[in-house]
Every structure is written in C-alpha cells, then in structure tokens.
Design a protein around this ligand. Structure first.
Ligand code: MOS
Length: 704
C-alpha cells in the first residue's frame, strides 16, 4: 500500500486527551487494577521508634491467623545489592533510620488478613534515646553541600555581595520559611509484582518506567531487561513517583519470597513516611539596590533537611542565580541531616520554595523604593544569564509581565497597603515572576509503519495525567504527515527502551525529540521507497543521545508572570484568592487544551502552597501528625475562584525539533509569592511564613 501525507499541522492545536474516554468510563487501568490471577497481599509493618535497631520480629501471632503466608523481616528476605538510594535497601538491615520505616511485612491471601496480621507482628526494638527530627538553624551539624539536586552548585559567589550590600542605598533583609509538604497524588502508590523465573514484572504507579526497571534490576543483581515496568496510566505523582520508592522494592521482595504475584497499595497514611516529601526551608534573602531600582546584590541562603540515609538537597536558591541582573550575588544551600524520612522531588523542587522567598523580597524592595513591582522586575532584566554569562536561548519575562499587567488590569494600582475595604474584607493585589529551567534528557523511541496503514510509536514515556500521550501523538502525526487518528502512541512501558522521567518538566522536550527523530527517519525510508510499504511494514528506532550532546551551550529557561487578587476577612483572617492570572513563555505550546490544564493545575498547587499545605512534625514522636487528607489540607474547588492561564507565542529554535520548553512545573513557581504579596497589599502585614493560615493573619493584624 502507499501512504498519503497531509499538510494540516496538529501541533499547536487543542485536541482532547486520547485516553479521556477510557479515564471517565473507568476503562483506563491503574497499577493496582490489573487482573493478576493467584495474587496475594502485602502489608508493611512500620517502625514505631525514631532511631535504633530491631532486636527481633515475632511473627508467631500473625502466622497463626488464617490466610497468612509469611512474615518478612530483615532476617529472611532476599539480599539486595547495595542501593545508590539507601531508602531502597528495604529490610536489608535491622537499623531503624526514622519512624515509619518498613521493619517487617506480612503476606496474606486477602488484604484484610494482611492488615490484621501486620498489627499482630511484635517488633522488639533497641531504641536510641537521642534523636534529632527538627530543622534547628542553631544545630552545629549543619553542612554546606558541594552540589545539590539536578547538579546545581551548592554555593555560588559572584563579585562581592557583602560590600555591595553594605554600600547599597536601599536594602531588604528578611527571613522566609516554607513548611514540609507532601505530593499527595490522588492515586496512592501501588505495585503488583510477579516473578517468572529470573524475570520480574511490575505494574507500578510510576513516573519513570524505564528508570525504575533498571533500578530494580540492579538491586536484584539482574541484567537490564530482566525487570519490566508497566505504567499505562498514572493518577498524578508530582515527584513522589519520579524515582523508585520503598513500597515498590517491598513488592518485588515479597513476590520473590512467596513465588506468587503480590499486590502492595499504600494507604494515604503510609504514604506520608514512605514515598518522600518536600523539605521544609528556612531562607534568608538580602537585596541591595540603587535608588532607581537596579539591584547591586542578590544574597540568598536556604537551610533544608534530609535524612540520615540520603543526602538530598533541593536546589532552592538556583532560580535566584538567573532571575535578575545584579553585579554581585551570593547564593548558598545549607543542609541538616535528621532522623526523618528522606525528602525528595516535589512540584518544582527548589524553584517553588526559593521563588516564594525571592519574589516576596522583590515586593518588599519595591515598597522600600516606592517603585511599582512590575517595573522593578523590568529594570532588572539581564541581557545574559547572570550566573554563567551565557546568552538565553529565549527569555520573555518582560513580555509576560506586560501582558499579564494588561490582562489583569494592573495599571493605575494604588500601592498603599491596607486601605481597600469591601464589607468585612480587605482587598489587595500582588505580582511575582515564575521561572523553570529547561531540562532535556536523551530518549529512545521506535516508529512503525504497519502494513494496515497505521503508525505505532513506542516510547517509555509516562502520562501522569498531563496529556503526554496526546502531545506525542500530535508530534508524530505532524512529522509523518498523517492525521492523528492513524497514529497510536504507546507509552508507560520500560520494554520500549531508555526514556527519561515524566518529571523536571522535561518529558515533552525529551520525548518529542526522540519521537520526531524516529518519525522523520521513517518518512525518509518511506520516501526512498516512494511511499510503498513492504508487506511486513517498516520499523525505525531513534536515540537522541548524540543530538543532545551536540546542542549549543546556552541558558535555557521558561518564564512567566503571575498576578493575584485576594480578599482577607478582617475578623477571621481568612484569605481568599479571588483572581489568579498567569502569563507564561515556554516555547511552543503543543496542545492548548492540555497545556492550559497543566498551567491551571500548577497555579492551583501554588494556591495550595500559599494557603493550605503544611505537614507538621511532632518532635516528641518524630512523626508527621496530620498524615491524611483531613489534616493535610490541599486546595479544593472552592479555593479556586477566578483563574486564568495565558501564554505568549515564543519561538525558540535552540531547544529541540518541536521547540518546547516544558510546562509541568512553571505554573506553581512564583504563585505563592504573588498571593503573599497581595495579602500584604490587602492588610499591610507581610506574611513570610507559609502557609498563610487564618491564625497567622489574625496574629499579624492583632499585634500590628
Ligand atoms: Mo517533578 S517534582 O520533577 O515530578
């Protein structure tokens, strides 16, 4: 047969999610839902001490219950190879590194039985009297990491920030804090694991199927390819499913032990200790400026925590290195390792908490200068990346600020705080910038032209609800020059070969490169055959490793501007975000419908971060006390009132063949600062600690 090519492009359109119908009808399968015959259930036993050792695990009472197959502990499970991530050494030693760590597990024929039996397991501990679970800035063990997450430098000094600050005519010096936060995706972490000889299949709630398969294979000392991860549909992750977490390892260990398929599903409560969280931060920002608003110094330090198991430092001050022109800067991370679970990636790790501090400080500086905060950002626009000196591949922060100001109705704003009353509420508006780095990683993809005239693309991408499958179908259709309905993009399976995580906002930029390369090669082959397919069809595989290595050295970032209007109840202190408007510049927008949804999602997470989310550590027990969605409050529909996301046309030819920057995390960055700045404008009281809860607003208004 021959293939006819059409010229109508679908990238830039707004097609609906391909799997939308499957999701609303329940046909889309999530990890826990695969029908696997003969499966049994695993329930973890979690440590009730903060630190120490397990002396013994007595499973007798549990084993006596009908349906219990085995009780696993560090004495009887498979010995894993040493793990790069010590959290993954599940049941490999008797040591307890934090409260809630897995110290044993029950395997039983029903879920209820496993749960009941887990509570009958008697664990005897040797408990350390001393432990440390609080991020205390006075702790002498605070260290300065050399490198932090995503390879950023721990500390960067440019020029002499101290003297610039000392001689600056206008200064800001303030401390900001953000709390411990939890990703809390709507689909809890779940795994089905089964072994067939020396190969392992995992149905896993997973943002990175290929990476997880290689991680688990390495732990079990198996060759690459011996572990297969299936993650066709994922109900959100927000970083918590971006790396392999202990419950997945537990599933693999349990299935190995009982030689039957096992199912592991986290309860909401278990997730708070076992699948990572965002570190709390304590940040100090000092800004120095001339009277015309030009910054002379940016100084930003962030103190964070990690566990005793893993040194993970979020890149909290990284955005302060690229945002504004300043002849001098000091940016540094500090870390305190505590007897707590390991924090990890969550919703714009680094940029989200860091930009809350920087963009709040910029607002404070605008007031100190008597200058409009939009204008203050415009006068500090750098002509090149202030840290590296490299040119930006494209940078449209000013365009976003101007368009946002126009759409929001910023012009003529009276900056006077605390003067706009409406009934029992005070009104205020605020602005903040957004940014996120453009990360891109090498990926592989395969393109098939089937004899039937259909095209099938296989790539180990993951669609965590973002619309990745749909976006990649658009990219493939355009490259092949065929309508979307002739293209099937298969994602979510490690067998499709190396592909990076659905994280770091790098999915579409990385995967679309491989998809477009594979499709172009397929078109070339078809052209060479004058469009005539051989009877068995054609198959082409692409790998972008060399393309990425050949990319120019440039500074690549997305930008945005967010405008918030809040009302604050003068009696209760309740903050309501009446309007939130974001304008973003993130390269080519592949799908207007799913992109808008991602921006609105990010901005909603920003509202949530500003007003609600905080995980509370009880230092007496070393545990998070509000570990469920009743106590850990996340923004709900009623919290989201007027919300708008827009973007500007940004053509950037220095990114990837499709010209995309990535949009997953940009929408959350800066949002909390825009809201906090609006709360200041409304009330006259600066909120430097998140979340901005009623008690904090009331306390400020009472003492003020
Ligand atoms: Mo995202 S926190 O990189 O999954």
């Amino acid at each position: 047969m021959t293939v006819d090519r059409v010229l109508d492009k679908v990238v830039g359109g707004a097609p609906a999610r391909i799997e939308g119908r499957d999701k609303v009808t329940g046909a889309a399968r999530y990890a826990y839902e695969y029908p696997v015959p003969n499966a049994v259930y695993v329930w973890p036993v979690q440590s009730t001490i903060v630190r120490g050792r397990v002396r013994s695990v007595d499973g007798a009472a549990a084993l006596a219950l009908p349906g219990v197959i085995t009780v696993l502990d560090s004495g009887n499970v498979f010995r894993l190879r040493p793990a790069q991530d010590a959290e993954l050494a599940v049941l490999q030693s008797a040591d307890v590194a934090y409260r809630g760590q897995i110290v044993a597990a029950v395997v039983a024929t029903t879920l209820e039985c496993a749960r009941e039996a887990a509570s009958a397991v008697r664990v005897d501990y040797e408990e350390d009297e001393e432990y440390d679970v609080e991020l205390d800035p006075g702790n002498p063990r605070i260290l300065s990491p050399e490198t932090v997450n995503a390879g950023f430098a721990g500390t960067v000094d440019r020029g002499d920030a101290e003297s610039a600050l000392a001689s600056a005519p206008v200064r800001v010096d303030a401390v900001y804090t953000t709390p411990t936060e939890h990703a809390s995706p709507i689909e809890p972490h779940a795994t089905i694991a089964f072994w067939e000889g020396e190969t392992l299949t995992l149905y896993n709630a997973d943002q990175a199927p290929w990476k997880s398969a290689t991680t688990i294979a390495r732990l079990f000392g198996l060759p690459e390819g011996a572990v297969s991860v299936v993650a066709d549909h994922i109900g959100g992750g927000f970083g918590s499913k971006a790396a392999t977490r202990p419950p997945t390892v537990l599933a693999a260990l349990a299935a190995y032990a009982v030689r039957r398929p096992v199912k592991v599903a986290m309860t909401r409560q278990q997730m708070f200790a076992l699948v990572s969280y965002r570190t709390p931060t304590l940040q100090r920002v000092r800004l120095g400026a001339e009277r015309d608003g030009r910054l002379t110094a940016v100084w930003h330090e962030a103190l964070q925590q990690s566990s005793k198991l893993v040194e993970y430092t979020e890149q909290t001050v990284a955005a302060s290195r690229v945002m504004y022109a300043a002849p001098s800067s000091h940016t540094a991370h500090r870390l305190l390792r505590l007897d707590v679970p390991t924090p990890s990636w969550m919703r714009a790790p680094g940029e989200a908490p860091g930009m809350f501090a920087l963009e709040s400080a910029m607002d404070e500086l605008a007031y100190a200068l008597g200058m409009d905060p939009v204008q203050l950002r415009i006068v500090n626009e750098p002509s090149a990346d202030p840290e590296s000196g490299l040119p930006f591949s494209s940078r449209n922060l000013i365009a976003c600020l101007r368009e946002g100001a126009a759409r929001f109705g910023w012009a003529g704003r009276d900056p006077t705080p605390g003067v706009r009353e409406k009934g029992d509420r005070l009104l205020g508006t605020g602005v903040a910038s957004s940014t996120y780095p453009v990360f891109t990683m090498a990926s592989t993809a395969t393109a098939y032209a089937q004899p039937t005239g259909r095209f099938v693309i296989e790539i180990a991408a993951a669609d965590i609800g973002t619309g990745a499958r749909t976006a990649l179908t658009q990219v493939a259709a355009d490259e092949l020059g065929v309508p979307m309905d002739l293209v099937t993009v298969k994602v979510g399976r490690s067998v499709f070969g190396p592909a990076p995580v659905a994280g770091g906002s790098m999915g579409t930029s990385s995967w679309s490169w491989a998809v477009s390369k594979a499709c172009r090669a397929l078109v070339k082959e078809l052209d060479e055959r004058s469009g005539v397919l051989p009877p068995e069809g054609l198959e082409v595989r692409a790998d972008t490793t060399e393309d990425l290595a050949a990319a120019k050295r440039l500074s690549r970032h997305s930008f945005g501007a967010q405008f918030a209007e809040v009302s604050v109840n003068v009696d209760s202190g309740q903050v309501r975000v009446e309007r939130l408007l974001g304008v973003f510049a993130a390269g080519r927008i592949v799908n207007a419908r799913t992109a808008r949804s991602q921006f609105l999602g990010g901005m909603t997470m920003g509202i949530s971060m500003a007003l609600h989310e905080a995980l509370r550590m009880d230092p007496r027990f070393g545990d998070f006390v509000n570990h469920d969605l009743a106590g850990y409050h996340i923004a709900a529909n009623a919290d989201v009132r007027g919300i708008e996301a827009h973007w500007i046309d940004e053509q950037d030819d220095e990114l990837n063949p499709v010209g995309v920057k990535g949009i997953g995390e940009l929408g959350i960055v800066g949002t909390a600062a825009a809201i906090a700045n609006a709360v200041f404008h409304a009330t006259g009281f600066r909120q430097r600690d998140l979340p901005i809860t009623l008690d904090r607003v009331r306390a400020a208004m009472r003492t003020g």
